[in-house]
Ligand binder design. Structure first.
Ligand SMILES: Cc1cc2nc3c(=O)[nH]c(=O)nc-3n(C[C@H](O)[C@H](O)[C@H](O)COP(=O)(O)OP(=O)(O)OC[C@H]3O[C@@H](n4cnc5c(N)ncnc54)[C@H](O)[C@@H]3O)c2cc1C
Length: 401
């Protein structure tokens, strides 16, 4: 394999904007494939939000390659089995899936530890916000909110999340790249333990409610999709709707429903996917939620962020100075998985939360059409791998220990 770092006059410089999972992983991989890396994050504590987050086996494999097994061990736990409940009454419809090898991580702790895992040679600047980007023939100039003259970089990696400044500056105005469907998420921590070890998903009364047991504590995390957009101050009717959905599956979840009504730890967000035709322009590229937020309910955010970071570093290594070819190759590898996951997530949530059968059939028929579009990918092995979001880890060569 061609070694590309230092292939011109000196080592190439990358700016990574954002210090979440995508940004910290990108900084790690770019450093280890020979880049000089600067990472900026607008926040001085970029890891707030204490919810649990899925770590797929691919995500774990990528973290293993990053020598981060201990981080996975410290910040996550084996995924519980998940029981799906879609019907109440004397004959409830219930399906239970084993947790498999996936793990659930504490989001805040995982990001905190990944930030600390960034090699010390990387120049990490917390509390620094990207303000503008200027494309030039040989590089790109970035300016920050310190009013300084800015700095030049060979590439800029936008890992700055769903409301990405990089995307807005370079690719598309914010609102045109966001897919929204009128659903909101309610996030709650309930000070009661689940009645058993399993996570439960309830689709009832126009709500889709996920209830996860926190390990080693008598608490439960609730995430619910509900068909309304309201400010958290007006969330009481939605909280009651979530409690009703839980209670409707039988007595077993009655205690959790009571806990939902008592909880004062309520956060509201909107169902949001980033759907944009391009992930790069000139020397600027997007990864993670900035490029393709699938929505937290998918459980695929960490997977997509880690997959994007390693695939980008790998493509840059393969294509040398031709950053444009590298960005194209990276997008070709990651996009099929993203598009399938986005459509499946949106359709599933929309189906469950739409009470009228006519609306549900529209959702199903639309989903069938989308499924047909993915068929060309299933013909080749590489296409099938791309659809599942597999990472081609043996294809990357580390230049630094
Ligand atoms: C509360 C919450 C709970 C979640 N729970 C789940 C879950 O259960 N399952 C799941 O799969 N996913 C979940 N997610 C999503 C998941 O965390 C992300 O998909 C994943 O971590 C990838 O994020 P990211 O690194 O691309 O972006 P982010 O984690 O959003 O990081 C972006 C970073 O960029 C910084 N930034 C933004 N603008 C600028 C700027 N102009 N200059 C410099 N820095 C900037 C921000 O401060 C932030 O630190 C959750 C997200 C949130 C917010």
């Amino acid at each position: 394999m061609t070694l590309t770092a230092g292939s011109r006059s000196g080592t190439r410089r990358a700016l990574v904007v954002g210090g979440g999972i995508a940004g910290s992983a990108a900084a790690w991989w770019l450093h280890h494939t020979g880049w000089d890396v600067v990472l900026v994050d607008a926040s001085s504590t970029p890891h707030s939000g204490g919810f649990v987050l899925d770590l797929s086996t691919t995500a774990q494999r990528i973290l293993h390659e990053m020598n981060a097994d201990d981080i996975v061990e410290r910040t996550s736990f084996a995924s519980p089995a998940t029981s799906l409940r879609f019907k109440g009454g004397p004959r409830p419809l219930q399906l239970t899936f084993a947790g498999g090898e996936n793990r659930l991580a504490h989001r805040g702790r995982l990001i905190d530890e990944l930030m600390k895992h960034i090699p010390q040679e990387v120049d990490v600047r917390l509390g620094t916000r990207l303000a503008s980007l200027e494309h030039r023939a040989e590089n790109v100039r970035a300016r920050f909110d310190d009013d300084g003259p800015g700095e030049t970089f060979d590439i800029v990696v936008g890992a700055d999340g769903v409301h990405s400044t990089v995307r807005t500056l370079v690719l598309s105005p914010r609102e045109t790249s966001l897919y929204r469907n009128g659903l909101s998420h309610l996030w709650m921590t309930v000070d009661r333990a689940m009645p058993g070890p399993d996570a439960v998903v309830v689709g009832r009364h126009g709500a889709m409610v996920f209830a996860y047991p926190y390990p080693d504590t008598a608490r439960t995390q609730i995430v619910a999709a509900v068909p309304a957009i309201q400010h958290v101050a007006e969330s009481r009717p939605l909280v009651e709707q979530v409690a009703r959905a839980l209670r409707s599956t039988g007595e077993e979840l009655g205690g959790i429903a009571d806990g939902v009504l008592d909880s004062d730890d309520v956060l509201m967000t909107r169902f949001t996917q980033v759907r944009t035709a391009r992930w790069s322009a000139h020397r600027v590229v997007l990864i993670g939620d900035a490029a393709h937020c699938i929505d937290p309910l998918s459980g695929l955010g960490a997977h997509g962020a880690l997959l994007g970071a390693v695939t980008l570093a790998q493509s840059l290594q393969k294509h040398g100075d031709d950053t444009s070819a590298a960005f194209t190759a990276y997008a070709a590898q990651v996009r099929p998985f993203v598009e399938v996951s986005q459509r499946a997530t949106a359709r599933a949530v929309e189906y469950v939360t739409r009470p009228k059968w006519r609306d549900r059939w529209t959702t199903v028929l639309g989903g069938a059409g989308e499924l047909a579009q993915t068929l060309p990918h299933t013909i080749s092995t590489s296409g099938r791998r791309a659809l599942t979001g597999a990472a081609a880890l043996p294809g990357i060569q580390r230049l630094r220990p």
